[in-house]
Design a protein around this ligand. Structure first.
Ligand code: SAM
Length: 277
């Protein structure tokens, strides 16, 4: 085991999550954030943005599978999918496992993250070359304002809701998301840890409820994120999302129809969590 550790600079967590480091592979400063890639003996390569680990190669599949397959399998025919953020390509790779998807648009503010992924994480960047993929490098908030009634599913895979990503969890952003979705569209976004970021989870759920008729929350245990028990918030215009409507035929490591149902918190606990009782 290495004696050198990367210690995460999570702006909210009261503890510091860390990874053993065997080799630093890349360090750069893009226009928007600090980028670091290192090799960790037990976890493979790790991507860090502004001091916060985004994923490690060993466990990235958990987050990416649950971000993509829950909303896509809860929709009867997800032909057009938008990903905001997600410049590493992990969510895109999972989205394109659905043959129903005819068009997948990825909008990440930082082209350097996309380039870094192509160079160091080819198993995530694999879907960039798919003919259904369109990649744009711009702010997701600005992009969303210009699009109406266009997407079946919108997935927001952004960095933590501070700095460049802070606009992506506001009521105004959710109004734009609502308008950019078709009449039966579904939104999901990563909303941090139940243990360490509960106030953020509650605030985002509150904003979503001002805009969407169906709001829910599901979770996944992600060993690479501080607090481990991670939340993903849902806003849906029509469908309840707790049960999959379609079966995914492509191989996954963890996601299945059973795991889809189990990812949702029991209603009693969900209500208690949000009310703070
Ligand atoms: N799963 C990761 C996590 O939470 O640790 C997120 C991964 S992905 C690399 C996050 C991406 O969001 C970054 O590439 C970043 O450039 C992008 N991003 C942040 N704010 C954004 C914005 N306003 N518009 C578009 N992309 C944004």
């Amino acid at each position: 085991m290495s004696d050198v550790y990367f210690i995460e600079r999570d702006p909210y967590a009261p503890i510091r999550h860390c990874y053993p480091v065997s080799k630093v592979l890349y360090e750069a400063k893009s226009e928007y954030q600090d980028i670091l890639v290192f090799e960790s003996p037990k976890f493979g390569k790790v991507l860090v943005l502004d001091g916060v680990a985004q994923f490690d190669e060993k466990f990235e599949f958990i987050y990416h599978e649950f971000m993509a397959h829950v909303p896509l399998c809860a929709h009867p025919n997800p032909e057009t999918v938008l990903i905001i953020g997600g410049g590493d390509g992990g969510v895109l790779r999972e989205v394109l496992k659905h043959p129903e998807v005819k068009r997948a648009v990825l909008v990440d503010i930082d082209k350097e993250v996309i380039e870094t992924s192509k160079k160091f994480f080819p198993t995530l960047a694999v879907a960039f070359e798919d003919e259904r993929t369109e990649i744009l490098c711009e702010d997701g908030f600005a992009y969303m304002q210009r699009h109406k009634n266009e997407f079946d599913v919108i997935i927001v895979d952004s960095t933590d809701p501070v700095g460049i990503a802070s606009s992506l969890t506001t009521e105004q952003f959710f109004k734009y998301v609502y308008e950019a979705l078709k009449d039966d569209g579904i939104y999901v976004g990563q909303t941090e840890s139940i243990y360490y970021h509960l106030e953020i989870v509650r605030k985002i759920q509150h904003e979503l409820k001002k805009v969407f008729p169906v709001v829910d929350l599901y979770t996944a245990v992600i060993p690479g994120y501080a607090g481990y028990w991670w939340t993903i918030s849902v806003g849906s215009k029509k469908y309840q999302v707790r049960e999959p409507l379609r079966e995914l035929k492509a191989p996954t490591k963890l996601y299945s129809a059973d795991m889809h149902k189990h990812a949702f918190l029991p209603q009693s606990f969900y209500k208690k969590l949000l009310s703070g009782e």
